[in-house]
Structure formats: structure tokens, C-alpha cells
Design a protein around this ligand. Sequence first.
Ligand code: GLA
Length: 389
Amino acid sequence: MREVLMKKFKELFGGEGDIRAYFAPGRVNLIGEHTDYNGGHVFPCALTIGTYMIARRRTDRTLRFYSMNFEDKGVMTSSLDELYYDKAADWTNYPKGIMWTFNEKGLEVSNGVDMLLFGNIPNGSGLSSSASVELVTGVMLRDMFGYEKLSMIDLALYGQYSENKFNGVNCGIMDQFAIAMGKKDQAIFLDTSDLSYTYAPVKLDGARIVIACSNKKRGLGDSKYNERRSECEEALADIRKVKNIENLGQLTEEEFEAVKDAIRRPVCVRRAKHAVYENQRTVKAVTALKNNDIAQFGQLMNASHVSLRDDYEVTGIELDTLVEEAWQCDGVIGSRMTGAGFGGCTVSIVKTEAIDAFIEKVGAAYKEKIGYAADFYVVDIGDGAGILA
Ligand code: GLA
């Protein structure tokens, strides 16, 4: 991969100087959805697919971008004096947002850069292709501009800052954290209230992680993501009139049931219920995995989907079809939507010997009902972002 990209870079931008290569993975969340901006737990892992970047520092202030995923756009040119969100700048808003963030944090990006990117994460699939671009840019800037004092967690926070303040999506920290801190064959059990975390080996006992991509495109910018977030904030504000808590993640199921009448709007009761129960499910799921109780882990994944479908209302017919068909298949331990929802992907844990039949059956049922095909990926858990050797 590196060689192919290097060759293309040299063709486009010339072969002189110090050209370096970087990689940032995509991520899949196993359980703990829409909990990260509610001070709850998440349990994502980094994938081995992701975004590659080849880059070279320039002597002027010009930025040149080329994506092998959008070759029709050709080389896109900008400059360090144009670090503001611009719809026409399209995907380059992600790397530009990170440069802007470095400057905001007082770490000057003093020179322009030539960048070539290639990603093998399906775009807009809910596997965090945008956070992957943010982190690959972060590791590049850290390396090229001598900001080694920044930790990977700093870079994750920069990614989130840029997403929130530059790209206008009020996301939590899960995606950027998973991509920055991922470890091969491990998932990250992260408490988003204080960023404490532990790694948990994902031993699936003869099963593998299968991702089904609905191919229903969506961007979080135009989705109901920010609306869900404010509904949770409204519920929290109502609860705080009767109980002193910082976030919904602090409540057990029983505590929630005892205070839920304080929430005025019924829709906000349902949103908050999901946030509270999903957080508790995530804690239970990690315990189950540590006890090698994969069946229990799968049951909790299924319950997570039901809650996202009925209480949080972020699934839609595409994701529901993929998951409900998966539940009918032999060898499926658990299946749920993953990521923000509203399209994107599902994650299933499927016995290895049942995977072919699973893909065939769910694929056919999906095409029949939705009218276009889903794509399936049997994935591996990989390491977090860094320099490509
Ligand atoms: C998106 C956001 C994350 C998280 C998930 C839902 O992926 O970027 O911060 O909120 O949705 O769990």
C-alpha cells in the first residue's frame, strides 16, 4: 500500500525532499452507543482498515490535497491563511480543521504541506472515516512540526475539538479516542466522564466481527445527531431540579426510574432512558466478555439495538432490516447498529463457520426489502494511529 501511494504522491507533487507516511484506523463500537456525550462508558476498537496519508512539508504557506478516493476532484489547493470551514472545500475541511485546532491551541503550523490520502474505510459508513482523517492529520502535524510533547489523547481531543468547533458536529470523544488509542485484538473500555480507560482482549471463541454497511449515506451534520444530544441535555437539566448529578452516566437504572417523572417532555424521557440503560449495559457487557460469557455479551448487544430503535430512535428501516435479519441467522451471537445511526453500519458477532451463510442470507433479504445491496466486511482489531514504517 505504502509504495503505491508513494508513487502517486511523487507523480503529483514531485519526488524531492522528506516525504513521510502515516496511518489512522477506522473504528467500530461494540457496545455503548450515544453514551459518550452523556458521561457514560463506551467499548470501541480500532480496525485494521483506515486512512493513509503521504505528506511533505513545504517552504511556503500553500496546502495541496489529493484524495485517491475522490480522484475526480483532482488536486485541491488552499493555504494556511484560509483555515475556516468552507462547504466547497469538501473533505479537506477535516485536515484543515486540525491545522486550525493546532493554531488555536498555540501550536503554530508554520508551513504548508502537500498531502495525499487514501482510505479503505467506506465513506459515511459510520466507521469514523472523518475521525480517521482527523487523527492521521494530527499524527502528521505532530511529527512534521516537532510537537512530540502532544500525547495520543491530546490528539484525540484535538480531533474532537475540530469536529465540534470547525465542522459543527457536536460529537463525543469516542471515535477519536478509539482511533488514537486502539490496540491490536483489544477493545477499549472508556469512561467518558474522566477519560479513564482499560483494554479488554476481544476473545470471541470461534467467532468474528462482521460489519454490514447499509450503504444509506448520511453525514452527521445533516442528521438528527445534534438534536439527540440536546434532548439528553434537556432531560439532564430537568433531573437536576430533583437530584444533583453531573451527567446521565451517573445514574443506575433504579435511580433513573425514581427521578424520571421530573423530565417534562416524554421524548426526553425516552432519550435519557436509553442513555442510562445503555451505559449500564456496557458495563455489564465488558464484565461478560472478561468472564468469557460471549452469549451474554451478544444478548446485551441485541438489547442495545432495541433501545436505539425504540427509545433513541436512530436506527431506521435499513439498520433494522440488517439487524433483525441477522438475529434470525444461525451462528449469530449478537447484532446491533454501531456508531451514530441514521444509516451507516451494523456490527455482528458471528461464528466463523456461519459467516458465509450469514452474508448470503442477510444480504439477499436486505436487497429484497431495501432495493439496493449492503456490503459486508469481516474485520480485525488493529492498532491506533501513527507513523507508517
Ligand atoms: C458518533 C460520534 C460519537 C458517538 C457516536 C454514538 O460516532 O462521533 O462521539 O456519540 O456517534 O455513540
